[in-house]
Design a protein around this ligand. Structure first.
Ligand SMILES: Cc1cc2nc3c(=O)[nH]c(=O)nc-3n(C[C@H](O)[C@H](O)[C@H](O)COP(=O)(O)O)c2cc1C
Length: 224
């Protein structure tokens, strides 16, 4: 988990522990360390359905007690990964920032569009930059190993981006992330959201919030 700094010199923020006031109301939770989750989508498009989707899952995780940071990758522009560029200049500032964010969180929540049946170049580029070590003593894949994640997708099409999730699951698993079995693909995304960026279908809304709850629950159990 993010708390394991034994093999690296990375610092991470203090975990959120249930405080005295809350533990009076819920005595069984006293001293329970709540997980931190980083949520983002694989789209930088204005009005992205996937960014809306991940925010719904984030709300579900928050309801379950997790501390969730929702970011938009548009705020962290990166050049296309190039090993010569990396050799010359090292990691770009935004890659360092994103890596630090990942290290500071226990879990990841990712919604990705499907581009030509796979994950978006934005998401793959982010994964690739953040997979790189910044020093010789940094263990491989430090930002990813031992984390848990949930994945989801939305698309105006009939499959909801499901084929992209197959690739995303494989990639995340191969870099050391435990991807929870539950996932969701929202089809017909152009009609699926209301003006408040919530899903019109109550069952679907509940299912996406449920993904967030599941991740929060698994991470809480792993941490305590
Ligand atoms: C290059 C490209 C390829 C795409 N390929 C697929 C595809 O294979 N399957 C699909 O369902 N939608 C595909 N789409 C449509 C996206 O699902 C749609 O643009 C969606 O709104 C992107 O997600 P976003 O709203 O989060 O940006 C593609 C879009 C682009 C730009």
């Amino acid at each position: 988990m993010a708390g394991d700094v034994s093999q690296s010199n990375f610092v991470y923020n203090a975990p959120c522990v249930i405080d005295a006031n809350l533990s009076e109301e819920f005595p069984a939770w006293k001293g329970v360390v709540m997980p931190k989750i980083l949520a983002f989508s694989g789209s930088a498009r204005k009005g992205s359905y996937n960014q809306q989707l991940v925010a719904i899952a984030a709300a579900g995780a928050q309801k379950a007690g997790a501390e969730v940071t929702v970011i938009n990758l548009k705020d962290y522009p990166l050049p296309l990964f190039d090993q010569d560029l990396e050799r010359q200049d090292g990691l770009p500032d935004n890659a360092r920032k994103l890596k630090k964010l990942m290290l500071d969180h226990d879990g990841l929540m990712i919604a990705s569009p499907e581009y030509n049946s796979s994950i978006t170049p934005l998401l793959k580029n982010t994964i690739d930059w953040c997979s790189r070590a910044e020093s010789e003593d940094e263990p491989p894949l430090a930002a990813y190993k031992g984390k848990a994640a949930v994945i989801m997708s939305a698309s105006p099409g009939g499959l909801g981006g499901l084929r992209g999730l197959v690739h995303l699951r494989a990639i995340l698993g191969n870099i050391g992330i435990i991807v929870l079995p539950s996932q969701r693909a929202v089809s017909g995304a152009a009609q699926a959201f209301d003006d408040q960026a919530q899903l019109k279908d109550a069952k679907q809304q509940q299912a996406i919030e449920g993904l967030g709850e599941q991740l929060a629950d698994v991470l809480t159990r792993l941490r305590n």
